[in-house]
Write a protein that binds this ligand. Structure first.
Ligand SMILES: C[S@@+](CC[C@H](N)C(=O)[O-])C[C@H]1O[C@@H](n2cnc3c(N)ncnc32)[C@H](O)[C@@H]1O
Length: 234
């Protein structure tokens, strides 16, 4: 992570008032639409939206889901999200503080979504976050984000190297499959923007991590269990 959690939170809280108006790029809008379309929760299902920001995804999904939980690190973004949900008369969506690697939610969840947020984490942190998401045992995880389908064109940066740390699609695909997800759709919106749709292909015990050149069950790993230690994690 190129900035601390507190720095990211402060940056987004400052921009929260104008955030929605600024999100007018065709790529962002296409990405958000695809995340919503692929999430497709059933009417009684719980959705967890990580890095929810002002609630673009959470609020769009609330009318078709049983319950939606939005988590973010920025108090300002969460305040905007709450006021938008109240304005829309939604009573099945709740927003609160939570991080990718410590979402402060351990209830049942069917679908996890995240749009344009995970690229703030380093690749190792993304792996850890995907492990935390897998531990929640959703049937589907829909990740829309800045991600590299090839070499990023320096003339057309879709991210700010000072604050963002996007992964390659290959890195994300590896992390997802190592945690027991199968990729069921890959949507390329731009060389640097895409949506990955991942579904569980088995029980948690079938999750593998590739260690020293060979796959092995996570249950064999020295830190088996949740595999995640509490602390100041994003
Ligand atoms: C570009 S906004 C995207 C918001 C929303 N998902 C959307 O589609 O408009 C990124 C959001 O990720 C949040 N964020 C950054 N790092 C985070 C972390 N480690 N855990 C949770 N949220 C984080 C920021 O506070 C910000 O609200």
């Amino acid at each position: 992570m190129k900035k601390t959690i507190e720095e990211h939170a402060e940056r987004f809280s400052k921009a929260a008032g104008s955030y929605d108006d600024d999100q007018d790029s065709a790529e962002y809008l296409a990405c958000a639409d695809l995340v919503v379309d692929h999430a497709a929760p059933d009417a009684d299902e719980v959705v967890l939206d990580l890095g929810t920001g002002t609630g673009a995804i959470a609020i769009a999904l609330a009318p078709s889901a049983g319950r939606v939980i939005g988590r973010d690190i920025s108090a300002g973004m969460l305040e905007e999200a709450r006021s938008k949900a109240a304005e829309a008369g939604l009573d099945n969506v709740e927003f609160g503080e939570g991080r990718f690697r410590d979402p402060d939610y351990d209830g049942q969840v069917a679908v996890v979504t995240s749009n344009f947020a995970m690229h703030h984490l380093s690749d190792d942190e993304k792996r850890e976050a995907i492990g935390v998401i897998a531990d929640l045992n959703p049937r589907r995880f829909v990740l829309g984000d800045v991600m590299f389908f090839g070499e990023p064109d320096p003339e057309e940066p879709f991210y700010d190297p000072a604050v963002d740390d996007p992964a390659t699609v290959g890195t994300l695909a590896d992390a997802l499959t190592d945690e027991g997800f199968a990729l069921v759709a890959v949507e390329r919106i731009h060389d640097q923007v895409g949506v990955l749709v991942a579904e569980r292909f088995g029980e948690g015990s079938e999750r593998v991590s590739v260690v020293d050149g060979g796959p092995r069950s996570v249950d064999d790993a020295p830190d088996a269990g949740s595999g995640h230690t509490p602390g100041d994690r994003a």
